[in-house]
Design a protein around this ligand. Sequence first.
Ligand code: HEM
Length: 376
Amino acid sequence: SGIVPFRGENQAGIVTPAQDRLHFAVFDVQTRSRAELIELLKTWTLMAERMTTGREATPGGAVGAGAYTPPTDTGEALDLSASRLTLTIGFGPSLFTTPDGGDRFDISARKPKALVDLPKFTGDALEPARSGGDIAIQACADDPQVAVHAIRNLARVGFGVVSVRWSQLGFGRTSSTSTSQTTPRNLLGFKDGTRNIKAEDRDTVDKFVWVDRADDQPWMAGGSYLVTRRIRMLIEPWDRTSLHEQERVIGRTKGSGAPIGGRDEFDELDLQSKGPSGPLVDTDAHVRLASAEELGGIQILRRGYNFTDGSDGFGHLDAGLFFIAYCRNPQTQFVPMQNNLARNDALNEYIKHVGSAVFAVPPGLGPQDYWGSTLF
Ligand code: HEM
């Protein structure tokens, strides 16, 4: 049917088989009124639920509200199907406490311990205009116009209460999150998502993705944490690198995606065996350094997208991976993993992290709930 249920135990858009397109938007809250913020979250929830079923954002909509008022839906999705649209909300650390310790919305006591700004990692070149923010909305769909329409309409009604801080379009998922999907490729040309957590593996998802009631703040039970990193790829140097070097850097072969030393994509990643010139999988290969074996068992759910935002004015493509990860605790999962990669990964020669953010993603919605109702 192309419709992903909006309500449920967990928010959609996390273990939902990754759709092809992304529009990710981050807002800063302008109002200081708790009531006004809650009112917007309620309005957003109604609109989001309608749009995920392929309906217009509001009753009346694009042409039904009369000729003499601005339409209450922008109209560009009128003839399009729901396209598996999911809308997922998250709350950033700055919503709970401002840098001077302020508590704008009377929620600082409910700030989860796990929700703090990420530390600075080696090599980070973060742009403030692409980082942080109070509220994130991730729109994923199989049709880019459906995802863009959803964000556009939510931003439109938010006018005066929130303002867009930054946003990112993504095309081409870079991960599979379900065993029903084939593994896509990222812009380095490698299959990406082979050893990702898959929705079907319920125990692993429970262990590494969903927050348990006992973990931290009870309002987060059934939620997760979202980490985004805008990772620019230094495409031109990469494209002048030999295939052998590319495969050494990743630790897998480019054609089949098989681990070095294996034949097929899903062959076991062999981190022990040695070849004539050292370990089969190099000591600084990306897949070794990111592996659970290397990190005391840690895993994360990856759900990123390719991006190309034209060129950068110096003749280089502004392209890369808009990395999205979901985890039960970013401090004990994403942070140690990224620390290891930032310090040692052979891939660092070809990438640069330019944006970063972290959000608490509340649990799914029951019939009467709105976005954030367990928090407020
Ligand atoms: C695996 C590419 C950034 C975590 C892989 C694979 C590729 C890849 C091709 C192998 C296929 C697979 O198992 O999915 C990239 C590129 C990146 C990037 C091009 C940046 C532009 C990151 C970051 C993290 C990360 C920032 C987390 C901090 C992982 C993990 C695996 C993986 C956990 C699976 C390792 C395993 O257990 O085999 N990546 N990656 N990657 N990557 Fe990345």
